[in-house]
Design a protein around this ligand. Structure first.
Ligand SMILES: [Fe+2]
Ligand SMILES: [Fe+2]
Length: 322
């Protein structure tokens, strides 16, 4: 979610302040229903039960050295990006509260619940990486400090843009975590990533379904917001040291590349919202929908070019899902 902060231009709100507040209030009963559904589906889990503590050794007696990790190459990089992304929760909380904290009751309940659930992700990832010595703990801590100390002085987006962004972001994070676990070839890591990915999926479903309700109330404004967020989407983590180079490696490994982004993140959600079938849109929303079509065509061309270049990559690709 750092891209809420890192994106150079925040799109113009599609509703004015009065309508914005009215939309939050109108959506609240549905947010309450979806919160209850979430609470009934989410399973309690405990990070310590996922960690192989029998492998632990004291770092003061035996400091970390580069020969200790079992994870290598892009698997290590992808875990580092995954953890540092989850570490940035204080900033995400501030943004989520800025978006949804203006609503009453159910909105605030969700902000608290979501934040508490997200907190487990960094806990379980750091404990795993530290106990198994799979990543230099000093590098991880310095990366966390660097990222969190960067400025976060932009305002939160409006409700519709925020809902669209977090829907795509939660699904993107789900897929990236899931594929990182698979790529690791470590059953312990894979089990952790399946667990986290399950959380991210429930978060995505919540946001997606709130926006489904918003599409009924404000169809044109919601379509514009969705298109804005598709066109400006970037994976979280832009504040992480070396992020561009590391994200390129993760793409070459097939953990998260443009094809994954289109086929497993953008298209399932756009289809769910029936973006290309909605009727009765105003001229601005129709124009946004045309821009979305052009964007998706260009994405196809980019995917083809990327996959052509893969032939010269030395990075092992992820195995096909079973
Ligand atoms: Fe998370
Ligand atoms: Fe999440």
């Amino acid at each position: 979610m750092t891209d809420l902060l890192d994106a150079p231009h925040r799109p113009e709100p599609t509703l004015d302040e009065f309508d914005e507040r009215a939309l939050l209030l109108e959506l609240e009963p549905e947010v309450g229903r979806l919160y209850d559904r979430h609470a009934s589906m989410a399973q309690e889990w405990f990070p310590h039960e996922f960690i192989p503590y029998r492998l632990g050794r004291d770092f003061d007696k035996e400091p970390w050295t580069p020969d200790q990790p079992r994870l290598t190459g892009v698997a290590q990089t992808s875990f580092e990006i995954g953890l540092l992304t989850e570490d940035n929760l204080p900033s995400y909380h501030r943004l989520i509260h800025g978006m949804f904290g203006r609503g009453d009751g159910a909105w605030l309940n969700w902000v608290g619940r979501w934040t508490a659930e997200e907190g487990r992700h960094a806990i379980v990832l750091r404990d795993y990486l530290t106990v198994t010595r799979n990543i230099d703990p000093v590098m991880l801590e310095r990366g966390r400090m660097t990222q969190l100390q960067q400025g976060y002085d932009l305002d939160s987006p409006d409700t519709l843009h925020g809902l669209a962004y977090v829907t795509f972001q939660e699904l993107a994070t789900r897929i990236a975590h899931r594929n990182t676990g698979r790529y690791s070839d470590d059953p312990v890591a894979d089990r952790i990533m399946v667990r986290i990915a399950t959380d991210e999926n429930l978060h995505m479903v919540f946001y997606r379904d709130v926006l489904t309700a918003a599409l009924k109330l404000q169809p044109s404004a919601a379509v514009q917001a969705i298109v804005d967020e598709v066109l400006r989407f970037k994976m979280p983590g832009a504040g992480i040291p070396g992020f561009v180079r590391k994200a390129a490696q993760i793409a070459k490994a097939g953990i998260y590349d443009l094809r994954v982004h289109r086929d497993e993140v953008l298209m399932p959600v756009l289809r769910h919202w029936k973006i290309f079938e909605l009727g009765g849109l105003d001229a601005t929303a129709e124009d946004a929908r045309r821009r979305l079509s052009v964007y998706l065509e260009r994405l196809d061309e980019q995917i083809a070019r990327f996959e052509d270049r893969l032939a010269s990559s030395s990075i092992p690709r992820i195995a096909a899902a079973k």
